[in-house]
Write a protein that binds this ligand. Structure first.
Ligand code: SOE
Length: 368
């Protein structure tokens, strides 16, 4: 059954959501903020789907993912389900000719992620992965300052993504089971955001890395755990800049402690996700805390300021900016910095490099 919302070609973009958890809510809110109705939602059971549809304002429930993907009145499918289902659902949606927004990790193997990049190119649709921290205006400001040479030659980078929600052995989640979450947990879940942000802001890639991973508990709740809680990475960027990165889901007091600090020959920059209104600009003879202000922002950042200076923007605003860009791309524009399936593949390649390095205790050359 379909609803009577009429597609006007590039007019109303109609959204379908797979999944009913926290991320589905964030995706749905962002689609609605961009003027897109949530036409349908499907989840793991019809009851869950009905409850989520009423919470999220979806017009109808589909019995399962296949039915939602097949529905001809949906333009963009948002895949917000457990990790192991991302690749099959995204592939089915691409094959049905839908535009796709797929949560990270895009796939639990780089080979599957590569197949999805190829399928998206073949389908000729928009295929995006929500590396949404790119959509904080102060991240764009940092990226613009690196690109225009304000930091000089990049020397080193220090980054972290720290959380504490898996601190106790009783803390559990589907991500702690490789069958649903994938072979990497902490790195794939949040290290991927950190590396995406690093490469996005630095404008260059990690060339090689060596990593140590740690699984603190072999069992959580009633099952075995087969992926990592913590990852420490030493990396060399293409330019030779040295990066140290720490990723943990067991750092007491840290919730979404995503920080990125770049040091160049002329200046340093530091962005902290929990204080997204600020960018620290470090100098040998004086440092500044730059506050978000569309009046003074670089043009590449200015378009993402959804609020005037002094009215703080946050995570949902960044997500809204991302989905607005997905819709712009669907309409034929080429928004700057839209994270696509190619970026999802990049994260999958880095994830495999981290796991391989940790297992072999070796440096790994990262392809691409
Ligand atoms: C859980 O670790 C999670 O919700 C991630 O899946 C998100 O990508 C991250 O941004 C916040 O934490």
């Amino acid at each position: 059954m379909t609803t009577d919302v009429i597609s006007t070609g590039i007019g109303t973009i109609r959204t379908g959501v797979l999944g009913g958890g926290f991320m589905a809510r964030v995706h749905a809110a962002a689609a609605q903020a961009a003027g897109s109705p949530i036409i349908a939602l499907a989840s793991s059971t019809p009851d869950r789907a009905a409850a989520a549809a009423s919470r999220l304002g979806a017009a109808r429930v589909e019995p399962d993912a296949a039915a939602l993907i097949a529905a001809s009145d949906i333009d963009v499918v948002h895949v917000c389900t457990p990790n192991a289902t991302h690749a099959p659902y995204a592939l089915a949606a691409l094959e049905a000719g839908r535009h796709v927004v797929c949560e990270k990790p895009l796939a639990t193997t780089a080979a599957d992620a590569r197949r999805l990049v190829e399928a998206a190119a073949h389908a000729g649709v928009i295929a995006a992965v929500p590396f949404v921290y790119r959509y904080h205006p102060m991240v764009r400001e940092a990226r613009a300052r690196v690109a225009r040479g304000d930091v000089g030659t990049l020397l080193s980078v220090q980054g972290a993504y720290l959380q504490d929600w898996m601190l106790a052995a009783s803390d559990d989640d589907w991500r702690a089971d490789a069958a649903t979450g994938g072979p990497s947990r902490a790195f794939a879940d949040i290290g991927s955001h950190l590396c995406d942000l690093l490469e996005f802001v630095a404008g260059e890639r990690i060339a090689r890395l060596t990593a140590v991973t740690r699984r603190v508990f072999d069992r959580r709740a009633e099952h075995e755990v087969d992926n990592e809680d913590i990852a420490g990475i030493l990396a060399e960027l293409a330019s030779g800049a040295v990066a140290t990165l720490l990723v943990s889901q067991m750092a007491p007091g840290r919730k979404n402690g995503l920080t990125l600090e770049l040091h160049g020959t002329a200046a340093s920059l530091r962005f902290a996700q929990e204080r997204p209104e600020e960018l620290w600009v470090g100098g040998r003879h004086g440092s500044q805390l730059l506050l978000r202000d569309p009046e003074t922002a670089d043009a590449s950042s200015a378009r993402l300021h959804r609020m005037p200076a002094g009215h703080p923007m946050g995570y949902q605003d960044a997500f809204d900016g991302f989905v607005a860009d997905v819709h712009a791309a669907v309409r034929g524009e080429a928004p700057d910095g839209l994270p696509t399936f190619a970026d999802g593949l990049r994260a999958a390649v880095l994830t495999e490099a981290v796991l391989a390095s940790a297992a072999r205790r070796e440096w790994i050359e990262v392809e691409g």
